[in-house]
Design a protein around this ligand. Structure first.
Ligand SMILES: CCCCCCCCCCCCC/C=C/C(=O)SCCNC(=O)CCNC(=O)[C@H](O)C(C)(C)COP(=O)(O)OP(=O)(O)OC[C@H]1O[C@@H](n2cnc3c(N)ncnc32)[C@H](O)[C@@H]1OP(=O)(O)O
Length: 366
C-alpha cells in the first residue's frame, strides 16, 4: 500500500473553511476517530485509507492555514468523498487558504461551493434575515396565549360551514341527476333551512376580522355577507313567489360550489397545512364563479321588482302629497347598482389575494 496525496477542493465563507477530499470509502486507523486533526500552529493533518485517484491506498496531506482556525473539526465520510468543515478563529475573508503563497498542487477551488466575497456576504445577510424572521414569528406565536383557542374556534367554524355547504351541494347535485330540470323548482324548499343556517353563521365572517381573528379585510367580508343576506333573507325569504323560480338553483349552486373549497382551505390553514390543488381551487374558482354569481343575483333582483311593486311589501309610507308609498323596488334598483360596485371591489380584492398568494409562494421556492 502506497502513501499518496489526495485531490483536495476548498471553499470558504466568512466563518468557515470547507474542504472536500476526493477519497471514497475512507477509513481511519484504530488510534484515531477522525481522519483530520488541527494542530496548534494552524496546521491540518489528514490521514485516511480509501479509494482515491490511484486506487486503494493510504492518503495523507497537511495544510498550514493563512490564519488561526478553531481546533474542533467537523468531518463526514461518504461513499464518494470526505467533507471537512473548519471554523475560522476570527470571522473574515481570507485572500488564500494557505500560509505559503504558492498553492499546493493537490489543492483546487471547490466550484460546487465556491462564492466570492460579495456573494458570501449576501448569503450571510440572507441567513441573518431568515434568523430574524424566524425569531419574530416565534415570538409572535409565543406572545399570543389564546392562539390555540382562536385556531380551534376557526377550525370548528370552518368545519361546520364546510359540512353545511357540502350537504347543500350534494343534495342539489343528487336531485339534479334524479329529477333533471324539475329539481330547479323546489331547490328552496329542500335546502333553504340549511342555507339559512350557513348564512346566519356567515355573519361571523364580518365579526372575525373585527376581532382580529383573521386577516380578511372587513369591507370585502361585509359586501359578501350583506349581498347574500339581501338575496336570501329579503328576497327569497319574504317573497313566496320567488321561492320556486329556477334562479334559486343557480344562486345556491354557485354559492355552495365556491364554499366547499374555501372552507376546507381555511380549515387546513388553521392546522398550518396546505394542499396545492385546494389552494389553487380556492384562489381560482372565483374567477368564473363570482361574475356568474352576480349575474344570477341580478336576475333574482330583477325578477323580484314587479312582485315588490304589486305586493307593496317593505314599501316606504309617504306623505299624501307625494303619493301613497315608495315601492321597495326602488331600493332594489339602487342595490342593483351597488351590486356591480360590490362585484368590482371584491373582484379586485380576490385578484390581489391571488397575486399575493402566488407571489409569496414563488419567493419561497427560490
Ligand atoms: C359598498 C357596500 C355595498 C353593500 C352592498 C352589498 C352589495 C353586495 C354585492 C356583492 C355581490 C356578491 C355576489 C357574489 C356571490 C357569490 O358568492 S358567487 C360564488 C363565488 N363567490 C366567491 O368566490 C366569493 C367567496 N368569498 C370569499 O372569498 C370571501 O368571502 C371574501 C371576503 C370575498 C374574500 O376572502 P378573504 O378572507 O379576504 O381572502 P382569503 O385570502 O381567503 O383570506 C385572507 C386570510 O385570512 C385567513 N382567513 C380568512 N377567513 C378565515 C377563516 N374563516 N378561518 C381561518 N382563516 C381565515 C386566510 O387563511 C388568509 O390568511 P393567509 O393565507 O395567511 O393570508
Amino acid at each position: 500500500m502506497q502513501i499518496l496525496t489526495p485531490h483536495v477542493y476548498w471553499a470558504q465563507r466568512h466563518g468557515e473553511i470547507y474542504l472536500r477530499v476526493d477519497l471514497s470509502d475512507a477509513t481511519v486507523g484504530q488510534s484515531t476517530s477522525s481522519p483530520a486533526r488541527a494542530s496548534e500552529n494552524n496546521k491540518l493533518q489528514f490521514r485516511a485509507q480509501g479509494h482515491g485517484a490511484k486506487g486503494d491506498n493510504e492518503y495523507v496531506f497537511s495544510l498550514e492555514f493563512l490564519q488561526p482556525v478553531r481546533p474542533e473539526i467537523d468531518h463526514k465520510s461518504t461513499q464518494r468523498q470526505v467533507d471537512i468543515k473548519i471554523k475560522k478563529q476570527d470571522e473574515g475573508w481570507w485572500d488564500r487558504l494557505t500560509l505559503q503563497e504558492k498553492k499546493p498542487l493537490f489543492l483546487a477551488p471547490d466550484f460546487d461551493r465556491w462564492l466570492d466575497e460579495s456573494d458570501a456576504e449576501m448569503e450571510l445577510q440572507a441567513k441573518e434575515e431568515e434568523k430574524i424572521n424566524k425569531i419574530s414569528v416565534e415570538s409572535r406565536v409565543r406572545k399570543d396565549p389564546y392562539l390555540g383557542l382562536k385556531k380551534g374556534y376557526l377550525f370548528m367554524y370552518n368545519l361546520v360551514q364546510f359540512l353545511g355547504f357540502s350537504w347543500i351541494f350534494v343534495n342539489m347535485t343528487v336531485r339534479l341527476f334524479i329529477l333533471g330540470q324539475d329539481s330547479f323548482y323546489d331547490t328552496f324548499h329542500t335546502t333553504a333551512d340549511m342555507m339559512y343556517f350557513c348564512q346566519m353563521m356567515a355573519m361571523l365572517e364580518v365579526i372575525n376580522p373585527l376581532l382580529g381573528l383573521v386577516k380578511t379585510g372587513f369591507f370585502p367580508a361585509m359586501i359578501q355577507v350583506a349581498g347574500r343576506n339581501v338575496i336570501l333573507f329579503v328576497i327569497f325569504g319574504s317573497l313566496e313567489e320567488m321561492q320556486n323560480k329556477p334562479v334559486v338553483f343557480f344562486v345556491f349552486y354557485l354559492w355552495s360550489t365556491i364554499e366547499i373549497f374555501r372552507y376546507p382551505f381555511y380549515m387546513l390553514a388553521c392546522i398550518d397545512t396546505e394542499w396545492k390543488l385546494l389552494t389553487w381551487l380556492r384562489y381560482s374558482l372565483w374567477i368564473p364563479l363570482y361574475p356568474l354569481g352576480v349575474i344570477a343575483e341580478a336576475v333574482v333582483v330583477i325578477q323580484s321588482l314587479p312582485i315588490f311593486d304589486q305586493t307593496r311589501l317593505f314599501s316606504l309610507p309617504l306623505p299624501a302629497v307625494l303619493g301613497h308609498s315608495l315601492s321597495f323596488s326602488y331600493t332594489l334598483q339602487l342595490y342593483l347598482v351597488l351590486m356591480f360596485l360590490g362585484l368590482f371591489i371584491n373582484f379586485r380584492h380576490l385578484y390581489k389575494q391571488r397575486s399575493r398568494r402566488y407571489r409569496s409562494r414563488k419567493k419561497k421556492v427560490h
